[in-house]
Write a protein that binds this ligand. Structure first.
Ligand code: ADP
Length: 269
């Protein structure tokens, strides 16, 4: 099953560019004329290798971070405020670049990628934030449709995919509401729909339950779990002990920029 759609400029990249580091697997060749799809067959979808991030030559936000995330995994990043969780997430879509080390996504060293390829990378990575970041002057439908419009998806695709994803997140019937007419949990569902509508390979979630009451947060986690079960890899930064303990997924714990624990089916501690 092809899970990553990319545009022709990635497809036109030399075949050697499409080979990942040892052990990461490789992409297959493009198959369609205008939109290309690749198989990613490697075990490691994301790899951070000895990543160090220093802000303004003085704050070491990450120190020698190394880990792999397999395709389809669900990973929690936990740790106190300031421990480097958001920086780790921002490394994975090249919002930040490391001072040392390398970040591989789907077999490519994303810091070696030319700037012109970064939009294609980001198209395959959905982002969810604590404060939703919805467009306040657009309706639910328009917020989600906009994510497809900006990447040039045709109108008939938008007409089909937006209602389907709004159904998936449980917002059918609320398409015409504006964000201020929704609860916090509903706004987060819109933001998840927007992040997922293009079927990204990866969802990066930064404290998605941080502004929600426990019951609403649990509903959001059930939704992210369902999305993960469709094959989308989820990496989520959180302080929410209850949710981490409830989900029993892999836990990577940070402390002052250092990975101090990486545990399968972990709890918060
Ligand atoms: P967390 O997500 O765990 O709260 P962050 O990754 O946001 O941690 O921050 C890690 C450290 O890096 C903190 O000391 C923070 O103040 C610092 N930091 C984060 N972003 C920046 C930035 N853009 N400029 C300077 N320092 C930053």
């Amino acid at each position: 099953m092809c899970s990553w759609r990319v545009t022709s400029s990635i497809a036109a990249a030399r075949k050697s560019d499409l080979l990942g580091p040892p052990g990461t697997g490789r992409f297959c060749c493009p198959r369609a004329a205008d939109t290309y799809a690749f198989h990613f067959r490697g075990a490691r979808l994301i790899r951070l290798e000895n990543v160090t991030k220093i802000y303004n030559s003085e704050v070491t936000a990450l120190r020698d971070a190394t880990f792999d995330v397999a395709k389809g995994e669900f990973v929690f990043l936990v740790g106190p405020s300031g421990s480097g969780k958001s920086t780790l997430l921002r490394m994975m879509n090249r919002q930040e670049s490391p001072e040392k080390g390398a970040v591989w996504v789907a077999g490519r060293d994303i810091n070696e990628m030319p700037d012109s390829k970064v939009p294609h990378l980001r198209r395959n990575i959905g982002n969810i934030f604590q404060d939703y970041k919805l467009l306040l002057n657009k309706t639910v439908h328009e917020n989600v449709a906009f994510a497809l419009e900006v990447i040039g998806r045709p109108k008939h695709v938008i007409r089909q995919q937006v209602p389907a994803v709004l159904d998936l997140v449980g917002l059918t019937g609320k398409e015409d509401r504006f964000p201020h007419q929704l609860s916090g949990g509903e706004q987060q569902r819109v933001s998840i729909a927007r992040a997922f509508v293009n079927r990204p390979l990866i969802l990066l979630a930064d404290e998605p339950t941080g502004n929600l009451d426990p019951a609403t947060g649990e509903g959001i986690m059930r939704l992210l779990d369902r999305i993960n079960k469709t094959g989308t890899t989820v990496v989520m930064a959180t302080h929410d002990q209850r949710i981490v303990n409830m989900m029993r997924k892999r836990v990577i714990q940070m402390d002052r920029g250092i990975i101090v624990r990486d545990q399968a089916r972990g709890v918060y501690e």
